[in-house]
Design a protein around this ligand. Structure first.
Ligand SMILES: [Zn+2]
Length: 218
């Protein structure tokens, strides 16, 4: 279980899911404090060194330090156990990761949870598929969108992009996904720029379908 950062919409249930599935909770110190506050035992919490690979079964995971997309509504690190019930703001951002995944089959992926970047941080890394978080991208400048694409999709040489974090996560998952209807984003703007970037570089791009298994490496 690897929250891409520790805002409530990514990390609030991470320890519960880890507990129910027998998984480890993996991340930085902020993630560890979420786990401890939710009663997950220490041996099930793994704090990584940024850039150093960790292995689980057939998967090798490398967490590279990234940035959250501005505006970060709850910035900073978590420095004490988060014991629920707490307000959403208790789940501060913590470390924002670009996660590189390699499977023994040779398949590789970049999981970019938040639409932020650290210039040059993914240089020299490779991933066939990019799961690209696009939340809040629609309110950034066009220049920001282009730089984000260059620092993520282009940097790792991905040939396929799956767009994530664009949907309204306050909606139950037994209903179809739809874009965030709030003023905090504009998916039409995001798609206009990303469609052009993808077409110009021969990258295929799609939205995932909820509950449907997919294989973007085929
Ligand atoms: Zn966030």
């Amino acid at each position: 279980m690897l929250p891409v950062h520790t805002h409530y919409d990514h990390a609030m249930d991470s320890a519960v899911v880890a507990d129910r599935t027998g998984a480890d909770l993996v991340g930085g110190e902020s993630t560890a404090y979420v786990g401890r506050g939710h009663g997950l035992p220490d041996h099930r919490i793994r704090v990584v060194t940024p850039g150093e690979p960790v292995s689980y079964g057939g998967f090798t995971l490398t967490l590279v330090e990234s940035h959250h997309c501005p505006p970060d509504r709850f910035p900073g690190e978590i420095t004490a156990p988060v014991v629920p019930p707490v307000k959403a703001g208790a789940y501060k951002c913590g470390e924002a990761w670009s996660i590189l995944v390699e499977h023994v089959s040779g398949a590789t992926a970049l999981l970019q949870g938040s639409a932020g970047f650290v210039e040059g941080s993914l240089a020299g890394r490779r991933a066939d598929v990019a799961y690209l978080g696009v939340g809040q991208l629609g309110v950034q400048s066009e220049d920001y969108l282009r730089t984000y694409w260059a620092e993520t999709v282009e940097a790792v040489g991905a040939r396929r992009v799956v767009l994530t974090h664009w949907d309204d996560f306050f909606r139950p998952l037994d209903r179809e996904l739809r874009a965030l209807p709030y003023a905090g984003d504009d998916l039409d703007v995001t798609m206009r720029v990303l469609d052009e970037l993808a077409a110009g570089s021969g990258v295929s791009m799609h939205f995932p379908t909820v509950w449907r298994r997919e294989d973007p490496w085929r």
